[in-house]
Design a protein around this ligand. Structure first.
Ligand code: NAI
Length: 320
């Protein structure tokens, strides 16, 4: 068996750690030597109410097992208070797992502004606020490990979850840009799309699936990504039931039209099969905005030989 990845002397914040996935992360990190801030507002899965019990129970569990933990009951929307708890109790913060979340599922036609805003406030703004408060400390110590939580629903969409999927994909963009900004100070940032049987999914998963999709099968990836040896950053992982995979973008080889001639919708139509063809051996997996932009730059050199006709000159508006 390989040597255990340990976190002795390090401080971890896990948001929404009073139950489900967050609880499993907090227990694992504490078991591996980290001092843990167990944050949880303790409301319902739709974001109503609050209760200090959720976080307290997990802190108690950790302490009973001989680990170090303190509770924090603030909403992640007050990220500075969450980070303040880590500094007060343990004097530093090394690891931040943004996991807290709620659902307000409704078909788009029935979605209210409140359903939209609350989900965005907890997921996207909450993730932003806790990172924002931890970031100056990460910069100062030239060290930080951030794991954010997206969802397959953010990556692929799902009926009834426009609010949630938009917020979750927002977290992916936040992660990718932070990975770039943190790089030279050894701040590493990744995002996971988990699958687990929790109170959040118990209403949609059959009981045997809830049993098979244990949060304990997701936690080890958090352990890997939170460790000082990890170099991986800016990446998306799907994880659950003991299965783990990395996700990346793929782009077709595309079609470049002459850059010195007007372009018309019918040309798009005539080339559609090629524009959407992932199987012609020309598809790529751009890994940065610069790399993605390269194809546009290259097309500037794509100049048709013959001068434009008088007719083409007249309708240059077609280029927009
Ligand atoms: P859960 O409902 O069991 O746990 C979420 C925890 O976050 C709860 O304990 C809740 O009290 C807490 N919380 C909610 N709002 C909060 C706030 N404003 N401030 C602090 N704490 C707050 O749900 P689960 O399944 O463990 O989900 C964890 C994360 O994983 C969420 O971000 C969720 O969207 C995501 N996820 C889970 C999936 C699954 O299959 N369970 C699928 C895809 C994503």
């Amino acid at each position: 068996k390989a040597e255990a990845l340990r976190f002795d002397g390090q401080v971890a914040i896990v948001t929404g750690a009073g139950g489900g996935l967050g609880r499993a992360y907090a227990l694992m990190l504490a078991n591996l030597g980290a001092s843990v801030v167990v944050n949880d507002l303790g409301g319902s899965h739709t974001g109503q109410g609050q209760d200090s019990k959720a976080a307290d129970v997990v802190v108690e569990e950790i302490r009973k097992a001989g680990g170090k933990a303190v509770a924090n009951y603030d909403s992640v929307e007050d990220g500075d208070k969450v980070v303040e708890t880590a500094l007060k109790a343990f004097g530093r913060v090394d690891i931040l797992v943004n996991n807290a979340g709620i659902l307000r599922d409704k078909s788009f036609a029935r979605m209210t502004d409140q359903d939209w805003d609350l989900v965005h406030r907890v997921h996207l703004r909450g993730t932003y606020k806790v990172i924002k408060a931890a970031w100056p400390h990460f910069l100062k110590q030239k060290y930080g490990r951030i794991i954010n939580t997206a969802s397959a629903v953010g990556l692929y969409g799902n009926f009834g979850q426009t609010n949630y999927s938009a917020a979750k994909l927002g977290i992916v963009g936040l992660t990718k840009t932070l990975a770039l900004e943190g790089k030279k100070n050894n701040i590493i940032c990744n995002v996971i799309a988990p699958n687990a049987g929790t109170r959040m999914t118990a209403t949609v998963m059959p009981p045997e699936m809830v049993e098979a999709f244990k949060p304990e099968y997701v936690a080890p990836l958090i352990g890997y990504l939170a460790h000082q040896n990890t170099a991986e950053s800016g990446s998306i992982f799907e994880v659950g039931s003991g299965w783990i995979a990395k996700v990346r973008w793929q782009r077709t080889g595309g079609v470049g039209f002459p850059a010195n001639k007007p372009l018309y919708p019918e040309q798009i139509a005539a080339n559609w099969a090629k524009i959407v063809d992932f199987e012609d051996g020309r598809a790529t997996n751009p890994n940065s905005t610069q790399e993605a932009f390269q194809s546009f730059m290259e097309n500037f050199g794509n100049v048709a030989e013959e001068a434009p006709t008088a007719e083409e000159k007249k309708s240059e508006g077609g280029l927009d």
